[in-house]
Design a protein around this ligand. Structure first.
Ligand code: ZN
Length: 297
């Protein structure tokens, strides 16, 4: 376990969309078409308020038709329209054929081909939920998740419509999963830097050109993360236990005091949307205070 920034590991909140999608792409060919012969839930907290038996009943003996993703959720589509919805939260990871005794195991899948999958989660924030039927699945996500940034839904125009009239900082706007699904602290900082927008700018104050730039930079940043196999800062692991590499490509995130890759000005850290936030205040000009609060001249 490694943490590339010593201060405040609680700021680390991965996996985000690229990390979940990386896991999904690795696991999908291994689990799709297989029957879950056995599901063992060692930690009942994982599926609260449901009892483990309810999840086991719905999953055991059913074939996995598809391993999908929505936002940061992994979506297991099983026979008879049963959906297991998993959120890995901060430290959860799925390991394929990890050795027995792997620490922090909370859930284990035994597949009909003899292979095993383990959900290991040191901080135990990860969750498993059940939706029976496509309508129940859609209702679950409708209240939680907004548009999918990599499905072509995230355009400058869509972003501008959502941001209209919003006074909240654009960083908070990006982190709100009910608007754009899957963006977390890392990718928000990186996308705002690429679009040259200060994280504290009011979302509703962005120009049309800035909305276009931000929609594009969110997609680019997520795709760059995906291409690098996600970021590993603390506990994130691929299904084969390998770490992602995107942390080596961060432009500003966790780079306090280092020169901005564009202009050389030291990267600064401050709090935005309650989160440790990194920016170059030369490339991303800090918003001026509202006129009314300026001292009269
Ligand atoms: Zn700069």
């Amino acid at each position: 376990m490694r943490c590339i920034e010593s201060d405040a590991p609680e700021e680390v909140c991965i996996p985000e969309l690229p990390e979940v999608e990386t896991i999904r792409r690795q696991l999908a060919p291994l689990v799709e078409g297989r029957v879950v012969a056995r599901l063992e839930i060692a930690d009942p907290r994982w599926c609260l308020p449901l009892l483990p038996e309810a999840i086991v009943d719905a999953v055991e003996g059913r074939r996995v038709q598809q391993l999908g993703r929505r936002g940061k959720y992994l979506v297991w589509r099983l026979e008879d329209e049963a959906f297991l919805l998993m959120h890995l939260r901060m430290t959860g990871t799925l390991l394929y054929d990890a050795p027995p005794g792997t620490p922090y195991e909370r859930v284990r899948w035994v597949l009909d081909d003899g292979h095993e999958l383990r959900f290991c989660d040191p901080r135990r924030f990860g969750t498993g939920e059940l939706a029976l039927g496509g309508a129940a699945r859609d209702a679950f996500f409708a209240t939680r998740l907004g548009l999918e940034p990599l499905d072509g839904e995230l355009t400058g125009e869509a972003l501008r419509k959502m941001a209209r009239g919003r006074r909240a900082p654009v960083k908070a706007f990006l982190l709100d999963q009910r608007r754009i699904a899957g963006v977390g602290n890392i990718y928000a900082d990186e996308a705002l830097f690429r679009a040259r927008i200060h994280p504290l700018r009011a979302a509703g104050s962005l120009t049309r050109a800035q909305c276009d730039a931000l929609a594009q930079s969110v997609r680019e940043t997520l795709l760059a993360g995906l291409a690098a196999g996600g970021a590993t800062i603390d506990d994130f692991r691929h299904a084969d236990g390998v770490e992602g590499a995107f942390q080596n490509e961060f432009l500003v995130h966790l780079r306090r005091g280092e020169p901005c890759p564009r202009c050389g000005t030291p990267v600064v850290k401050f709090v935005a949307a309650g989160r440790g936030t990194y920016a170059c205040e030369s490339c991303q000009p800090r918003p001026r205070r509202p006129r009314a609060r300026r001292p009269a001249r």
